[in-house]
Design a protein around this ligand. Structure first.
Ligand SMILES: [Zn+2]
Length: 120
């Protein structure tokens, strides 16, 4: 499992672990729209299996965003006296906005790995 997470974070093809899914060198610090390779450059694995395939990655992205929002709240509320200070909301908004680009790429990679054919 941790091996799979390493492959996802390294932007590697789910089939051969040698080709790259995204054309971007760094999936963490890249604020442009993600540019994906259609096929793996090494094993010719097709990443987008059908039109609208990555629609489901939106659910992964949503879960990630909610988890990051809750984590940001838990960290930020330690610096305020009240349990729910309204000044925490913009902090959560900034954190989520900064993580948007990473979440988009990460959720697509998770989606590809979730629906990889593990029988072959
Ligand atoms: Zn490959």
């Amino acid at each position: 499992m941790s091996n799979t997470l390493t492959h996802i974070l390294k932007n590697e093809c789910p089939n051969c672990h040698k080709g790259k899914v995204f054309k971007d060198k760094n999936i963490f610090l890249n604020f442009g729209f993600p540019k994906m390779n259609e096929y793996c450059s090494h094993c010719n694995y097709k990443f987008q299996k059908e039109p609208g395939y990555f629609f489901g990655a939106m659910y992964v992205n949503y879960g990630l965003t909610v988890a990051q929002g809750i984590a940001t709240y838990c960290v930020a509320q330690m610096f305020f006296e009240q349990t729910f200070d309204l000044r925490i909301i913009p902090i959560i908004a900034v954190a989520i906005t900064l993580l948007t680009s990473f979440n988009l790429r990460f959720s697509r990679l998770v989606w590809i790995y979730m629906f990889k054919d593990y029988t072959s």
